[in-house]
Design a protein around this ligand. Structure first.
Ligand code: FAD
Length: 429
């Protein structure tokens, strides 16, 4: 048996029978055909940044690192096609050189394009928040080894752009892009009461809003990002190092080791660390503002809620956290997104508020996440496919109006379940 593959959080691992590193769509097709002929399952993981075991396999693991790079740029259509194993970081570097940019993205960039698409990875605000909403076409290899392409407006496209890795191996993906732009970030402390009172106004008047609430306190941090025609004015290297490396990562890592040993210190520690936050403003090319370093390894659950009940759900989650007496050091993150058309996008057909709950990687997350999940389910929440949750196919089917259509496409593209694994069996059946 080959050495294990382990996810970033350490929560998921694979012991594949074979590891292959295809370097072209044709090699992907050959690998799928050969695996199927041997009765083995196939999976291409991305960068292992999902917390669920969505990317695991006991059969043939296709290493994505050979399937990287830009394939073409169409400046008239403003689209860029890349091989699906390219990471967001690699794509952004290539777009920088071309003077182009993605409209929006999440808060880190090591994920592969296919991996981020497969789980509905999203940022906050904008006219589209998810990566799948910025896609215009894709190509995948189905379980018979046949290459299939799909573009905007086609049913296969809406199924496969958030495909959970269940429909085939994505080989190329084409994104709509924009001329490169600069974002001005403004970060400032705000009280819980002011945030609740002004969230609608904040999200109406800024392009992107990320909000962090520190459990056991009334303290929040609000980050707004707005497009500007000004030149970049990044933080000085010293300030960036102190804030983003030392305080947000190194000191936060120590804090978590301390609170893991003495959980009852969490409220006091949160009160001190949230009061220590100071306002700052900076400007930089878009992807450098969207992304922050994340070196403290954690576990996460994130749910999307209908926009109109999102903040009520946050307030209810707070009440449950306080009633149950859990000691939580990680802030709760709040983002909002416009609707998407992808059938299994967590923001499918509705504007959404996302609430994300984290604990340190050495902390048992179960009581906290399951307790809060009960609240979020009651508000018609949908779990992020790459983050921890306990939902199953039977109840997820009720959360997605096109769930049955997705299963029908899966039956057509993968009738023998060559691409399945225990996670997909749980969430899709
Ligand atoms: C520190 C951190 C920060 C994060 N920030 C955000 C955020 O801001 N917003 C957000 O929404 N999520 C966020 N996530 C979650 C993350 O974006 C998703 O879990 C994403 O799917 C991870 O991408 P990956 O490349 O690591 O894929 P993996 O987790 O390795 O795989 C995910 C799925 O993609 C499939 N896949 C990969 N390649 C292919 C392919 N070629 N064809 C078909 N299927 C494929 C895999 O089989 C699997 O089903 C974060 C996670 C971490 C650890």
């Amino acid at each position: 048996m080959t050495a294990a593959w382990t996810s970033w959080s350490g929560l998921a691992e694979s012991r594949p029978r074979q590891v292959l590193r295809p370097t072209s769509p044709a090699e992907v097709a050959d690998a799928v055909v050969a695996a199927r002929a041997s009765g083995l399952r196939v999976k291409m993981p991305g960068s292992g940044h999902s917390f669920t075991d969505i990317a695991t396999t006991d059969g043939v693991l296709l290493d994505p690192t050979g399937l990287t790079g830009l394939v073409s740029v169409d400046r008239e259509a403003m689209t860029v096609t890349a091989l699906a194993g390219t990471t967001l970081r690699q794509l952004n570097a290539a777009l920088d050189v071309l003077g182009l940019a993605l409209h929006n993205m999440g808060d880190v960039d090591p994920q592969t394009l296919a991996g981020a698409l497969a789980t509905g990875t999203h940022g906050s605000g904008g006219v589209t928040s998810s990566l799948s909403g910025q896609l215009s076409s894709l190509t995948l290899v189905d379980s018979s080894g046949t290459e299939r392409s799909a573009s905007l407006g086609e049913p296969l496209f809406d199924a496969a752009r958030v495909g959970l890795g269940a429909l085939g191996i994505l080989t190329t993906v084409t994104f709509r892009v924009e001329p490169a732009f600069v974002l001005e970030a403004d970060e400032r402390p705000m009280s819980w009461q002011d945030v609740l009172a002004s969230y609608d106004e904040l999200t109406r008047s800024h392009h992107h809003v990320d909000l962090y609430w520190f459990p056991h306190t009334d303290n929040c941090l609000v980050k707004t990002d707005d497009r500007t025609l000004e030149d970049p004015a990044p933080l000085s290297r010293a300030r960036a190092w102190v804030d983003d490396e030392l305080l947000s990562n190194t000191v936060f890592g120590w804090v978590n080791r301390l609170t893991n040993a003495r959980p009852s210190l969490a409220p006091r520690v949160n009160a001190i660390s949230s009061r220590a936050l100071s306002a700052r403003t900076y400007r930089d090319v878009s992807h450098k503002v969207f992304v922050s370093p994340r070196r403290v390894v954690f576990r996460e659950m994130e749910y999307s809620l209908p926009r109109e009940v999102g903040m009520e759900a946050l307030a209810e989650a707070r009440r449950v956290i306080e009633r149950r007496g859990w000691n939580i050091t990680f802030p709760v993150e709040v983002r909002c997104t416009p609707p998407d058309e992808a059938w299994l996008s967590t923001t499918h057909d509705r504007e959404s508020v996302y609430l994300a709950f984290h604990v340190h990687r050495d902390t048992d997350h179960r009581a906290y996440f399951e307790g809060v999940e009960e609240v979020l389910r009651a508000y018609d929440g949908r779990p992020h496919w790459g983050k921890l949750h306990t939902r199953t196919a039977a109840d997820l089917a009720l959360a997605y109006p096109r769930f049955g259509d997705f299963l029908a496409v899966r039956d057509e593209l993968d009738p023998d379940r060559v691409f399945t694994n225990p996670y997909l069996e749980r969430v899709l059946g």
